[in-house]
Ligand binder design. Structure first.
Ligand code: TRP
Length: 479
């Protein structure tokens, strides 16, 4: 059958590790804590957790089922019916945009990793800036571009050569190691005076953000974008992974374990970074630079000396690995979409060339992200709010214009993913209501929670997506 030609997972464990490896990345370690810091701690956490259960895990199950049923990646929608193929196209634009800023950040992670490495040998790795290095690096355009390019090349080389042997095996060992390092840092941070404020910010119920509809919707849209980003939803990757899964495996079990592990890692990252901000006096709400600003203080000022340099090096090395296991999957979605199309047309695709073209395009659109100093102002490239001559919104509501990163993020996380999820939930809830159930039952497991899934696909997901889109569009046009 066609299935075997495309390949299958060796075991369910391999599938799980690949899915968890692609899910856990900068989304958990970098985005979750900063979004929580920017949008208001506990309120964000609660909305996030509810959305993971009602939207995230349900959509993931839907994607696994779609992939396994059709045996296709993003082409799954077209395989169901020609009129659904546009959903597949939307699923390719998001990883394209996300990868551009993902790689800029990955490059910064590499720069920090290198900095700590040379410090281990007694050489100053942070240009004399110490814990203020972050704001200095942002304006150092040549390093930003250089490390961005290195990260992009690493990603491209892996995708050109295929993923299976090396990186997949590698991530099986380093992901647990990342967990261990996280826990060590969490314990260290917890022992610092003042850290307790960070936990209060995360866990003490503060409902004041729910008091006005505007701030509630802001939390909702940010949390929902984060669920998509972190669980790699609406980007074809889960469909593709599902298509390599044989019929014996339980889809429902997998669609529970992956979101659970991903959420656990996000929580750990929050418990590392937010208390560190409280202890070392870093502003929670500073946005995309939070991970770098806070952890630099922990390693250099808090731990200090050899220990600080060693932990700093290990930490950034593992973040780099977590990021690269995700970035290769992002580039793979783009590459595979063209490979599949050419195969359909009966052409012989040149995988290396396709990956190269995508890498170059993504690099080009990532240049403004690398050079706008994340919107700190007066950089080589102006941030969207500077170009448009509008004041930066200090309340943080219209976040899309803060910097190019936020702008790309808004198009993908803010618009294309909810729109894709809306279409998907309509297809799976109303038009083909038995698809998920039938596909899950292929494995001989009884299908649990049919009522719950039906309510989610038919009502909850569409309603949440419409609200998110509405909020996004009104804030975009400042209505
Ligand atoms: N989920 C990844 C993270 O948390 C990022 C990501 C988004 C991703 N979409 C993806 C990874 C698609 C692989 C494929 O960092």
């Amino acid at each position: 059958m066609e299935m075997s030609k495309r390949g299958q997972w060796g075991s369910n464990f391999g599938f799980l590790m690949a899915s968890i490896g692609s899910a856990i990345g900068l989304g958990n370690l970098w985005a979750f804590p900063y979004k929580m810091g920017k949008t208001g701690g506990f309120a964000f956490l609660i909305v996030y957790l509810i959305l993971v259960v009602l939207v995230g895990s349900v959509l993931m199950l839907g994607e696994f089922a779609l992939g396994r049923k059709t045996g296709k990646g993003v082409g799954a929608y077209a395989a169901l019916s020609r009129k659904y193929s546009f959903v597949g196209y939307m699923a390719v634009i998001s990883p394209f945009l996300i990868l551009s800023f993902y790689s800029v950040l990955g490059g910064m992670v590499l720069r920090y990793c290198l900095g700590f490495l040379v410090q281990l040998f007694g050489v100053d790795g942070f240009s004399g800036q110490g814990s203020d290095f972050f704001s200095w690096l942002l304006y150092d355009g040549s390093s930003m571009i250089l490390f961005f390019a290195i990260f992009m090349v690493c990603t491209m080389v892996v995708v050109m050569g295929g993923i299976k042997g090396g990186i997949e095996k590698f991530s099986k060992t380093v992901m647990p190691a990342l967990g261990v390092i996280l826990v060590i840092i969490i314990v260290f941070v917890a022992l610092q005076p003042g850290a307790i404020e960070g936990y209060k910010f995360m866990f003490v119920p503060d409902m004041s953000l729910f008091s006005t509809p505007e701030s509630f919707f802001n939390v909702l849209k940010t949390a929902s974008g984060q669920v998509f980003f972190s669980l790699s939803l609406a980007m074809g990757i889960n469909i593709t992974f599902g298509s390599y899964l044989d019929k014996q495996k339980s889809l429902q079990r997998n669609a529970t374990i992956v979101p659970l592990s991903d959420t656990l890692f996000a929580l750990l990252a929050g418990m590392m970074i937010l208390p560190a901000c409280a202890a070392f006096d870093v502003d929670y709400a500073q946005g995309p630079g939070l991970l770098f600003a806070s952890m630099q203080k922990v390693f250099l000022d808090g731990m200090g000396g050899f220990t600080g340099n060693l932990m700093g090096f290990l930490f950034y090395f593992l973040v780099f690995i977590a990021a690269i296991t995700s970035s290769i999957a992002l580039l793979e979605v783009c590459t595979a979409s063209v490979v599949d199309r050419q195969l359909d047309k009966g052409k012989e695709p040149n995988r290396k060339k396709i990956a190269l073209v995508f890498a170059v395009l993504i690099f080009l659109i990532g240049i403004p992200v690398a050079l706008d100093a994340l919107g700190s102002g007066d950089a080589v490239v102006k941030a969207p709010y500077e170009l448009l001559g509008i004041a930066k919104d200090s309340a943080g509501f219209a976040m899309w214009n803060d910097c190019w990163l936020d702008f790309y993020d808004m198009i993908s996380e803010g618009i294309l993913m909810p729109l894709g999820a809306l279409c998907m939930s309509i297809i799976l809830g109303w038009l083909l209501p038995n698809l998920v159930k039938d596909e899950c039952e292929e494995s001989g497991h009884t299908f649990k929670g049919a009522g719950f899934l039906k309510v989610c696909f038919r009502f909850i997901i569409p309603v949440v997506m419409v609200i998110v889109l509405y909020t996004q569009i009104t804030s975009f046009f400042n209505l």
